[in-house]
Write a protein that binds this ligand. Sequence first.
Ligand SMILES: *Cc1c(COP(=O)(O)O)cnc(C)c1O
Length: 457
Amino acid sequence: MTDHDLFQHVAAQAAAFRDSLPGRSIPAPDPQLAQAAFGGPLPEQGAEPEEVINQLIAAAEPGLVASPGPRFFGFVVGGALPAAAAADMLATGWDQCAFNSVLSPAAQAAETAAGGWLKDVLGLPAGASVGFVTGAQAANTVGLACGRDHVFAEAGYDVARSGLVGAPRVRVLASQERHATIDRSLRLLGLGTDVIEAVRTDANGAMDMADLARVVSEGPAGVPMILCLQAGNVNTGAIDDLRTGCELGHQAGAWVHVDGAFGLWAAANPATASLLDGADQADSWCCDGHKWLNVPYDSAFAIVSRPELHQRVMSYRAAYLVGSRAEGEMADYTPESSRRARGFAVWAALRQLGRAGLADLIARNCALTRQFADGLAAAGFEIGNDVVLNQALVSFGDDEHTGRVIAAVQNAGVCWFGGTTWRDRAYMRIAVSNYATTQADVDRCVEHIVAVAAATA
Ligand SMILES: *Cc1c(COP(=O)(O)O)cnc(C)c1O
């Protein structure tokens, strides 16, 4: 097989997997089976590429999950739009290093263009800088790193040079229901988690702004402060009152970061855009491409209102780079140095959807989430949250019974939902973020869940 034939063969395999998604059962993955298929010592001798690829396909097949399919509602995974997935295959074929414009003017141009479109559809300042990172974890880390360096600089301390040993005190205010990646970012940034002052949440899991005002004012004055807001509570979809949060934070001199991994996308749909009112007032934003934009893994955006600061915090200089780069290119905004050209898939996703298609994707997923909640409520089950976005929580009675229903639904393979604990109660968590999910899919799932729950009584 020539290289050319090999790539065609692989493309056909990828296409066949995608074609299989709507009809594919979503089995409970058996990690041991997959481990056995891939295991064994490294053979002494190499093998033909075709043989390797066929082995890989055979080994992977039983362990592949139909998570990009239309009836997978666990976590917040999204699917992969055809143009985006195909563009990512090109990114691999082209093997461009998205470091700077010397290495790939095309990658740089795609990220610049896609970054501009992103700021536009998300309603963020046109002058902000965009780093194309792996995920919201990395985007939160970049935003908080910029915040850390900025608030210390305001206090006359250069953390980039002097590190945190001997640094002045700092405050980090974040919601009780913040995403756990915020804690990991703070650990990675050397700030630790003890620094967090948790702000209470309201009935639906958004930050309680009166409590934020209390926490801000009760703490010591004049201490550098970072405020972390959230757009999209992972359990309820609740979005913090960003305008008030930014005002309270800025009055106290804080850097305001918004973790909008999926919730920020609500800004792209006129019907939900008001939930993001004031988002543009923040200093940094985290947003995922691989969730609601339906770009393949891995893809997210670290957006910062001050490009010079963003560059100062994330870039490096080296002798071999002199004369081969301009300021403010791709690697200046990300924690990675060399990396894949993520911008092609993002550009392709936005270009496939257009402004109207993106609004429609968000609106449809929100409507389908409502359809789930209404259907399950009509069957007598309790919806635990106010469904404001694409997240719904369902209880099937006591926690133990809810757990058994979730397990039975997962085992049946028709659709997949995860479990969660919210406000000390167990729920099945429904997250709708795939472009391919239809009303008929949701009807079928509701009917199925009701039947499984009845059989699990
Ligand atoms: C998913 C999520 C994250 C983490 O995102 P990754 O892309 O997995 O790194 C962070 N914050 C929120 C609110 C999320 O929903």
